[in-house]
Design a protein around this ligand. Structure first.
Ligand SMILES: O=C(O)CCC(=O)C(=O)O
Ligand SMILES: [Fe+2]
Length: 196
């Protein structure tokens, strides 16, 4: 997403519309819905969004990273295109997180776990906005980036590390595919096998 002067809304946030076709979108939604999606869990609190991971699973209850089933072919194909979009080496996106946000589900303010580095997201279904905030003294600076269906965004650098992001509760269903590379810290944790 760029502003009127063709600058990125935030350094490190880049997006593109029409990354997948409407036919692809229907097929991807059907593939996500066919997975065993489970409610996001954190400290005894159950979120309304439903998720499934491939490649690596980050367990929020334990704060640990563990291998998960390899990405199926339909996901590996989109991953290769997403890596080209993000300008990262082939095979960098070692985690895929599939999410379904039914009406009433959103995602609260957070930065993605430091185990991960680059993040890309592909949006399917209802349009949403990704809200960004960063504390500056007493206040928050805020930016909102549209997430149109079939579009892709890439978070790295400042947008990834210095700003929190969130999505307000949806009124219609949205699905997303989030792909992430490992950070140096993530690689060390995985090699140590403790994940912590
Ligand atoms: O649904 C999305 O596009 C964003 C998901 C997200 O921010 C996350 O899982 O960390
Ligand atoms: Fe996130």
């Amino acid at each position: 997403m760029r502003d009127l002067f063709d600058r990125p809304l935030l350094p490190g946030l880049r997006s593109e519309e029409g990354f997948v076709t409407a036919d692809d979108e229907r097929a991807l939604i059907a593939a996500i819905d066919a997975l065993a999606l489970t409610p996001f869990q954190f400290q005894g609190w159950t979120g309304k969004r439903l998720t499934h991971s491939f490649g690596l699973h980050y367990d929020f209850e334990r704060g640990s990273l563990a291998p998960a089933a390899p990405m199926p072919a339909w996901l590996a194909a989109i991953r290769a295109r997403a890596e080209a979009f993000a300008g990262v080496a082939s095979g960098s996106f070692v985690q895929a997180l599939l999410i379904r946000y039914d009406p009433g589900a959103g995602i609260g303010w957070h930065r993605d776990r430091p185990h991960f580095d680059h993040v890309v997201g592909i949006s399917l279904g209802a349009a949403a906005a990704m809200r960004f905030r960063r504390r500056t003294g007493e206040r928050f600076a805020r930016v909102a980036a549209p997430l149109p269906p079939r579009g892709i965004y890439h978070l790295h650098g400042e947008a990834r590390h210095d700003w929190e992001h969130s999505i307000a509760a949806m009124t219609e269903t949205r699905w997303s595919i989030t792909l992430r590379s490992l950070s140096e810290r993530g690689r060390r944790m995985l090699a140590a096998g403790d994940g912590a």
